[in-house]
Design a binder for this molecule. Sequence first.
Ligand SMILES: [Cu+2]
Length: 252
Amino acid sequence: MLPETICAARSPFWMPPNASLHGVALDQLMRWNIIAVCVCFLAAHVWLIAAIFRRRHAPRSASSVLRWTLLTALCCMYIWMAVTAQHLWARSRYAGPSPEAMQVEVVGEQFQWYFRYPGADAAFGPTRPELANAAEGNPLGLNPQDTRSRDDIVSSVLVLPAGREVDLRLRSLDVIHGLFIPGMRLKENAVPGLVLHVHFTPTTPGTYPILCSQVCGLGHARMQAVLSVVSPAEFDAWLASHAGTRSEPQSQ
Ligand SMILES: [Cu+2]
């Protein structure tokens, strides 16, 4: 509880409160990293100051044992942190989501995020770049003649139900963008020509800022969106209100 209290007290200098399932373990690892770095920093300075004042020909047998003990402990701790970090990274990217996970496509374009839901057929329809026209409400180039594309829902707000896993598939239409949701402890790049997946489970209803973590052009700073985590019933109502509309890029 003490680290949580310290984090809350220093909220302007710390990350926003975690609202995702995997974020608990990630925050714990982050705290261990910071503690380890602080201890190493202090120990190094104590050792430096002690070395300055130590007599040149003082006996070294005791300090040698202490030095090797500390070095071994440090190596073990960093191996443990590296393995834990690798495990956390792989679990949200390589392990794959559960079959019940909701599918949402995230598309980055200078300087806007678009979020596409597959609609009633649970399949993302094909897109055609020549049909893309944001001013006419079709920023991703959905083909209205294609039955798979027709029911897809495009929104500028990412709306998700609390407590359900979501599998994001990230694409970019121009340059490399970085989807960053600090409140969800989530960061993944959107790379032109690639479809990258990352999955997570939001746990706490609320609104969370979505940022771009890659410097993607002059408008990079204003490439922001909002994640709205709502109850399952509210999410169903939101989805139903958007069903049948080809795309609503400016509405929630
Ligand atoms: Cu960007």
